[in-house]
Design a protein around this ligand. Structure first.
Ligand code: HEM
Length: 410
């Protein structure tokens, strides 16, 4: 087939820039459906990127394309955004933005530290942490899901995982939220740049100190495990430990918050499914997978074509950037029958909410455990939980899909 993109002409109404409109942000799925059916391998001239929305193409790109999409300081200078260079210098050292063999090395060493046993040990803590948070909610008599549970839970769990003092966790959460702005958005609001840069500097300094302290006085936790992780004499440098601790901390917070809060809203919007779940809490593991598919907390990621590739009749040139939209792939009817229907017992639910292949979410077992425990405890403690009053508004981050707040009535 001859590639059809000689001019790369495109329909402006298909641009993902429409996510900046509140109504599209609130429900991006009609736009994704149009993209998938009208132009599944779409050149977006406004973003200057390809946009992939079919499940098969998303999986193909996640398997084959390059993840080295963090801009180099030189590229940023050329774009007049040299001020972001310190952020780019952190990103290029994070596993999320690496290809093999560098990625395989870092991820292998990190996996030595972040073992299934570590998640199992955390499981009991998570039960206790959620119980404590729901005790406070019960005493108060009201609940704002994000502030009372969905945000502090992953912040606390990540703090336990890393082995950092409790007193530091709120600060770390605030810095992580600033860093996350770099991950989810098409472009950074210039007003936010100084604050994001300050937070990155603070994170670097905090974790360099933590590594130094751990070498002097070892303390159980992921930081210590990363300091000591070794494969055939190879170890992580301090820079590698610090930058990858940051990506692990940031990766585990917003996403898990959004799984819990958006997941709960989705259940309220599907009362038949909610009733099924309340009647049979053993459905929770399968329900969490369906909620991840239905409203992926991480809606998209970026990949670069490693060579000229023909996909869906279009020629993607070597070095061109692709937005890989997991949120759209998860609703592809060619992969998921009746994809816009929430079905908590959906069989064969291999969604791409955690990505695919080499960069498949490093913390997926932990994210799943946190989500499962949170939903189970919420419905055990408050079986009559109802959606509360107040408008539903979505956060401005276009890639990390989540609510600003969610009030419920106990
Ligand atoms: C519901 C919760 C979560 C969701 C939806 C999620 C989603 C994702 C996705 C989609 C990717 C792949 C990105 C890409 O290929 O470009 C990813 C990677 C990653 N995630 Fe998660 N994540 C979650 C929880 C966590 C947790 C709890 C942690 C850490 C404790 C974590 C740490 C990471 C790291 C370090 C990577 C990079 C892996 C690599 O590049 O090899 N995530 N996550």
């Amino acid at each position: 087939m001859t590639p059809q993109n000689a001019t790369k002409a495109a329909d402006p109404s298909l641009s993902l820039y429409h996510l900046l409109e509140p109504s599209v942000l609130a429900d991006p799925y009609p736009l994704y459906r149009r993209l998938r059916t009208e132009d599944p391998v779409h050149w977006d001239p406004f973003l200057h990127k390809w946009v992939l929305t079919r499940y098969a193409d998303v999986v193909f790109a996640l398997q084959r394309f390059s993840a080295k999409c963090a801009p180099t300081p030189e590229q940023l200078d050329m774009m007049g955004m040299g001020v972001l260079s310190p952020a780019a210098q952190v990103m290029v050292k994070q596993m999320l933005f690496m290809d093999p063999p560098a990625h395989t090395r870092i991820r292998g060493l990190a996996a030595k530290a972040f073992t299934p046993r570590r998640v199992e040990v955390l499981r009991e803590h998570i039960e206790d942490i959620v119980d404590g948070m729901l005790d406070e909610v019960a005493a108060k008599g009201s609940m704002e899901v994000i502030a009372d549970l969905a945000a502090p839970l992953p912040a606390t769990v990540t703090g336990e995982l890393l082995g950092v003092p409790r007193a530091d966790r709120d600060q770390l959460k605030a810095w992580s939220a600033d860093f996350a702005e770099l991950l989810g958005n098409f472009q950074l609001n210039p007003d936010r740049v100084p604050r994001v840069l300050r937070s990155i500097e603070a994170l670097l300094s905090y974790f360099h100190d933590a590594v130094r302290r751990d070498r002097e006085n070892p303390h159980d936790g992921l930081i210590h495990a990363l300091v000591t992780a070794e494969i055939d004499g190879d170890r992580l440098t301090d820079e590698e430990i610090v930058t990858n601790t940051i990506v692990t901390m940031v990766g585990g917070q917003e996403t898990t918050t959004n799984l819990i809060a958006t997941g709960l809203l989705t259940l309220f919007r599907h009362p038949d499914q909610l009733d099924r779940l309340r009647d049979d809490l053993s459905l929770i593991p399968s329900a969490v997978e369906e909620l991840l598919r239905y409203e992926a907390p991480s809606q998209q990621t970026t990949r670069i074509a490693p060579e000229d590739v023909e996909l869906g009749g279009k020629l993607i040139h070597k070095g061109e950037s692709c937005l890989v939209v997991m949120g759209a792939a998860n609703r592809d009817p060619e992969r998921f029958p009746d994809p816009d229907r929430l079905d908590l017992t959906r069989p064969d639910n291999r969604h791409v909410a955690f990505g695919w292949a080499g960069h498949f979410c490093f913390g997926a077992p932990l994210g799943r455990v946190e989500g499962q425990i949170a939903f189970r405890k919420i419905f055990q403690r408050f079986p009559d939980l109802q959606l509360g009053p107040g408008p539903i508004t979505w956060r401005n981050n276009l890639g990390l899909r989540g609510l600003n707040a969610l009030s419920v009535v106990l």
